[in-house]
Design a protein around this ligand. Structure first.
Ligand code: PXP
Length: 252
């Protein structure tokens, strides 16, 4: 089984900064610290309403990840504005996500079936610029097949519903985990690289990390929250250890 990469999403450092309209805490400093603590990459979502990450943050993040030799994964809505920003920066990866202004967070996967014909040309242009393109989708075979046919390199499976179910003690949790396991196998069978993310915490990380086809997790909100109590390096180190434990247990 391949080593599982950890992408640390630093959006919510910017959320705290923006709550006061201040210049701190600085998400770029968090990215530097996350890399020093073992993050394999940095993920940031430049939302259309700029509620957390700003254009200037993306400019600065692009510089520091290049300096540290780590990939930047830019989460972006499929809009002309975001496409232009991605093409100007050429991050290692772009993760296409659905975005609605009124939502608190990304609530579901991208509808690749309905959006196929508008999203495929965007994927083609990003690919042509050398960007690895990921589509954030629900654990749904039709969505995964549509991402493949639209030209994506990667699907990132939306783990939010499973993680919420575990936290709520819902009997749906096992079914949702089985759905993620089957979706990862299907995406791998189609030749897609498989990532997973959204809502992952110390309790839910191990079952997700044990899915053999998953090669990258993108985790943000929980890690930034834990950083308040134990510091960012320790929060990341604990997540990394749980990921490695899950992989080792699965391989044994
Ligand atoms: N992956 C994607 C595509 C996302 O949109 C998000 C949230 O920005 C994450 C991963 C990280 O989710 P969380 O902040 O809940 O860990």
């Amino acid at each position: 089984m391949s080593r599982l990469r950890l992408g640390v999403n630093i959006d919510h450092v910017a959320t705290i900064r923006n709550a006061r309209g201040a210049s701190y805490p600085d998400p770029v400093r968090a990215a530097e610290m996350a890399i020093a603590a073992g993050a394999d990459g940095i993920t940031a979502h430049l939302r259309e309403d700029r509620r957390h990450i700003s254009d200037a943050d993306i400019d600065a993040l692009a510089v520091i990840v290049r300096r540290r030799g780590r990939p930047l994964n830019l989460e972006m809505a499929v809009t002309a504005e975001m496409e232009a920003i991605a093409l100007a920066h050429r991050p290692h990866a772009a993760c296409l996500v659905p975005e609605r202004r009124e939502e608190v967070t990304t609530e579901g996967g991208l509808d690749m079936v309905k959006g196929h014909n508008t999203i495929a040309p965007v994927i083609a242009r990003l690919r042509q610029a050398g960007i690895r393109v990921s589509c954030f989708v629900d654990a749904d075979f039709e969505q995964i097949a549509a991402a493949k046919s639209a030209g994506a390199h990667v699907v990132e499976l939306h783990t939010g519903a499973y993680c919420d179910a575990v936290r709520e003690g819902s009997p749906q949790a096992d079914r949702l985990l089985s759905g993620l396991i089957a979706a990862a196998a299907e995406a791998d069978r189609l030749g897609l690289e498989v990532h997973a993310g959204h809502g992952i915490d110390y309790e839910t990380v191990k079952p997700i990390a044990a899915i053999p086809e998953v090669v990258e997790l993108n985790i943000g909100h929980f890690l930034i929250g834990e950083a308040i109590f134990m510091g960012l390096p320790a929060a990341i180190a604990r997540m990394r250890a749980l990921m490695d434990e899950a992989r080792a247990e699965k391989a044994a």
